[in-house]
Design a protein around this ligand. Structure first.
Ligand code: NDP
Length: 338
């Protein structure tokens, strides 16, 4: 069983040497009395929140840290090869928390979903049809409370979550601008995802001036994925009664001391609602979300870009790449495409 282990807790940017690719000779079996399943992993998902799980455990975090010496765990798409659970049968395709290894014993199936729609790419269950898709859906429709004609800004806009938020906002009839870290991503935002405008934040010396260029009348909705300087600049450009959905702050995840904010007083001046959210609290909406998004994909009204690497041995560098903007679209690792 090929595996990727966390070697030790990480500080600063994660490196290849923080993880170990190895082969275990333990013959995986479901233990007696188990209520779990044995799965073969097909696709693994690389997600920014996994960086938090690589740190020394913090009582302030919302997820447990990984165990050094054990396989990294993350979301993935798998095939059930043995089951002691009445809800899952051999041959079922599922998505949920699994291990960074070829085969995994899943002892708790609470957060495992059976895949019903197999006529779409299975890898989509790590992205548009899985956790990032639900994040974009809940964050945009529930937290941003959008209205037709409003102005929307999305950061990390070409990523797993951002590309969908922008497309949802366009479908609602909003004016949408995205920021991303390369010309290739900017082109993708405009040509493939049909954002009204996009810019490369790395080439802007003054983010406030860049936002004023695209939002002369101000921003109604900011979908926050990055934090730091970008959030500070956005605060200067929000409109009265604007909303900021705080989905994540990836620019801060590898810093020992998060950057300070300067412009929070604008929350008061502009009466802005800034609200953090976790996708975990919104999974009751998952069936409703699939009902909306599957026809949109099939009709070509929503597109999704993935960045795939082949082979579990390449999973560490794929995960690390997220923090350097190497991924173009949702980062997926193909373990076995079936
Ligand atoms: P992405 O696919 O967007 O990958 C991460 C991207 O972040 C990179 O490609 C890079 O793009 C950008 N980035 C990396 N470092 C920086 C930096 N220092 N400053 C600005 N941008 C940076 O990831 P996801 O779409 O999966 O996640 C996006 C955000 O959503 C993250 O903050 C994540 O933590 C959050 N999230 C929150 C959830 C929740 O429940 N609240 C659930 C899922 C995700 P670029 O080239 O544009 O810099």
């Amino acid at each position: 069983n090929k595996q990727v282990l966390l070697k030790e807790f990480v500080s600063g940017f994660p490196k290849d040497s923080d993880m170990l690719f190895t082969t275990s000779s333990v013959n995986l079996k479901l233990p007696e009395g188990s209520n779990g399943v044995l799965v073969k992993n097909l696709y693994l998902s690389c997600d920014p929140y996994m960086r938090g799980r690589m740190s020394i455990p913090l009582f302030t975090s919302y997820v447990d840290s990984f165990q050094p010496g054990s396989p990294i765990s993350g979301l993935g798409v798998s095939k059930v090869i043995d089951s002691r659970n009445q809800n899952f049968r051999e041959g079922d395709l599922v998505w949920g928390l699994t291990g960074w290894e070829e085969y995994s014993v899943i002892s708790s199936t609470e957060s495992m979903f059976k895949i019903q729609h197999t006529d779409l790419p299975l890898s989509y269950y790590t992205g548009i049809l899985g956790m990032p898709g639900m994040t974009a859906y809940a964050g945009f429709y529930e937290i941003c409370t959008p209205k037709k004609g409003e102005t929307v800004f999305v950061s990390a806009a070409s990523g797993a979550v951002g590309q969908l938020v922008g497309q949802f906002a366009k479908l609602m009839g909003c004016y949408v601008v995205g920021s991303a870290g390369s010309q290739e991503k900017v082109d993708l935002l405009k040509s493939k995802f049909e954002f009204d405008e996009a810019f490369n934040y790395k080439e802007e010396t003054n983010l406030d001036a860049a936002l004023k260029r695209y939002f002369p009348e101000g921003i109604d909705i900011y979908f926050e994925n990055v934090g730091g300087n970008m959030l500070d600049a956005v605060l200067l450009n929000m409109r009265i009664h604007g909303r900021i959905a705080v989905c994540g702050m990836i620019s801060q995840y590898n810093l020992d001391h998060p950057e300070g904010m300067h412009n929070l007083m604008h929350l008061v001046i502009k009466r802005i609602r800034m609200e953090g959210f976790l996708v975990n609290d919104h999974f009751h909406l998952y069936p409703k979300f699939l009902e909306m998004v599957i026809p949109l994909i099939k009709e070509g009204k929503i597109v999704y870009v993935e960045d795939t690497v082949e082979g579990i041995e390449n999973a560490p560098s794929a995960l690390i790449g997220l923090f350097h903007g190497r991924n173009v679209g949702k980062q997926v690792v193909v373990v076995d495409p079936l």
